[in-house]
Each structure stands twice: as structure tokens, then as C-alpha cells.
Design a protein around this ligand. Structure first.
Ligand code: NAD
Length: 246
């Protein structure tokens, strides 16, 4: 059975991806941020994946921590025997205008959103190289493609992920490992619940499809990119934004 590890999978887009990949037939490794609250949510996601027929286990790790990521990849390999698909989904926002942003707000977002992708891809790719196959999807954002006021830290982290995706794809393509990214627009999750109605209204006007995205609409593209149906696609960033920018 192919094994998929999804970071930040205790809620939101990550939870939905875990369930979708369980339906696709993967065994599921659910990473969660090590708090009691996130653990309880991750247990529920694992139960849901089990009900869909997958073997599912939970793995605590702060993905901004290099050692915790390496240990987690090893733990997944020990538990399941392989790692075939990795989804670097975990992410945070600390939004405010550039002139008001603290160094800490900047550094935290870079560490969790961007450095985590290095932390995870390094051990995962080493393992996939031994297995002679693998597929990775990194979670970027339209903010990384076009910029977004109040998100200098977030846009920097997500633009970096696009460059990292292309670089890793070029480095490991010959090893039968594909690396792609998706760039969601505004998707209904706990992360976007915090936006004010005014902020949501402004974004809404710019979306061609005139609605926000659903988590399932991200999960289906991730599922495709990880599958053999996307066997000749690597280094790409697929925008999933309802036509927010064109
Ligand atoms: P969310 O806040 O609902 O979920 C994020 C998950 O990441 C949570 O489970 C959280 O616990 C986890 N996480 C945070 N820091 C972590 C850490 N240090 N270690 C491990 N896990 C950690 O957000 P979401 O909307 O589901 O976002 C998921 C991804 O999609 C993020 O990378 C986000 O930037 C990206 N994204 C979301 C949207 C959107 O509109 N919701 C748009 C574009 C991109």
C-alpha cells in the first residue's frame, strides 16, 4: 500500500487532503502540531481515514524544527515501511502591514511555512531516492504569485516555496521523484474564518467564479498531482483560485 504523509493535517485543507488520499487508497500519516488540542483533532482525522479503509497513524512534530521533521520521516518509515507521497501543507499567517510587522512575526511565518518545506523535503527525498520513486506537493498560495497587502511574510514564504518546488523537481526528476505545488486562492477554512467581512468582500469581487473555494477543490488537485495521471508533470505550480488573477 502506498503511504502518504500530510503535514498540518489536524484541520482545514490538510484534514481534507488526508481523507481524500485515504479514499484514493493510500495509508495515511497525519502530522499535527504537538499540542493536546491538535492531537485530539488529529485522532478524529485518523478515525475518519480508517473508516474510509486506510491504515492511519498520527505523528506529532513542529515542522519548523529541522530535527523533529527528520525524526518524523524516520518514524513514518518505521511504522509503514515506506513513504510514497508527501504533502507539505502546514502553514500559518501573522498578517499586518510591512511597516507594522515585528521581526518575530516575519521570522515565525518564514520558519513554519518555508523552512519547513526544506526540513521535510530533505529527509523525505533521501528516502524516496532509495525507493526510486515518490511524489511531493507543496502548499503555496496566490499571495506568493501576486503579493497581498498585509502579508509580506506570508507572500515571501509562499513565493519561496514555488522556487523550492522548481529546484527540487530539477534535482530529483532523474530519480523518478516529482515535486509540484498548488497555489490556492481564498478557501473556506479556520485560517480564512478570521478575515473580516470587509476583507472577504474585497477579495470576492475579484474572483471570476464569484465564490470562495472548498477544501475538497484543493484536495482533488493534490490527489491528481500525486497520482500516476500526473506522471509527466513536475516543477509546476497549479493555481486553484476560481480565477482570482489571470
Ligand atoms: P489551517 O490554519 O486551518 O490549518 C493549518 C494547519 O497547520 C493546522 O492543522 C495547524 O495546526 C498546522 N500547523 C501550523 N503550524 C504548524 C507547525 N509548526 N507544525 C506542524 N503543523 C503546524 O489553515 P488551512 O487554511 O487549512 O491552510 C493549509 C495550508 O494551505 C497552509 O499552508 C496555508 O498557507 C495554505 N493556504 C490556505 C489558503 C486558504 O484560503 N485557506 C489559501 C492559500 C494557501
Amino acid at each position: 500500500m502506498a503511504v502518504a504523509l500530510i503535514t498540518g493535517a489536524s484541520q482545514g485543507i490538510g484534514e481534507c487532503i488526508a481523507k481524500r488520499l485515504a479514499k484514493d487508497g493510500y495509508d495515511i500519516a497525519i502530522n499535527y502540531y504537538p499540542t493536546e488540542n491538535d492531537r485530539a483533532k488529529a485522532v478524529k482525522v485518523a478515525e475518519a481515514c480508517s473508516e474510509l479503509g486506510a491504515r492511519a497513524e498520527i505523528f506529532p512534530a513542529d515542522v519548523s524544527d529541522f530535527t523533529q521533521c527528520a525524526d518524523m520521516v524516520k518514524a513514518v518509515k518505521d511504522a509503514f515501511g515506506s513513504l510514497d507521497a508527501l504533502v507539505n501543507n502546514a502553514g500559518i499567517t501573522k498578517d499586518t502591514l510591512l511597516t507594522l510587522m515585528s521581526e518575530e512575526q516575519y521570522d515565525q511565518v518564514i520558519a513554519v511555512n518555508q523552512k519547513s518545506v526544506f526540513n521535510m523535503m530533505k529527509p523525505a527525498i533521501k528516502l524516496m531516492m532509495k525507493q526510486k520513486k515518490g511524489a511531493i506537493v507543496n502548499m503555496a498560495s496566490v499571495a506568493g504569485l501576486y503579493g497581498n497587502p498585509g502579508q509580506i511574510n506570508y507572500a515571501a514564504s509562499k513565493a519561496a516555496i514555488i522556487g523550492m518546488t522548481k529546484t527540487a523537481a530539477k534535482e530529483v526528476g532523474a530519480r523518478n521523484i516529482r515535486v509540484n505545488a498548488v497555489a490556492p486562492g481564498l478557501i473556506k477554512t479556520p485560517m480564512t474564518d478570521v478575515l473580516t467581512d470587509e476583507q472577504k468582500g474585497k477579495i470576492f469581487e475579484r474572483i471570476a467564479l464569484k465564490r470562495f473555494g472548498e477544501v475538497e477543490e484543493i484536495a482533488s488537485v493534490v490527489s491528481f498531482l500525486l497520482s500516476d495521471s500526473a506522471s509527466y508533470i513536475t516543477g509546476q505550480t497549479i493555481e486553484i483560485s476560481g480565477g482570482l488573477e489571470m
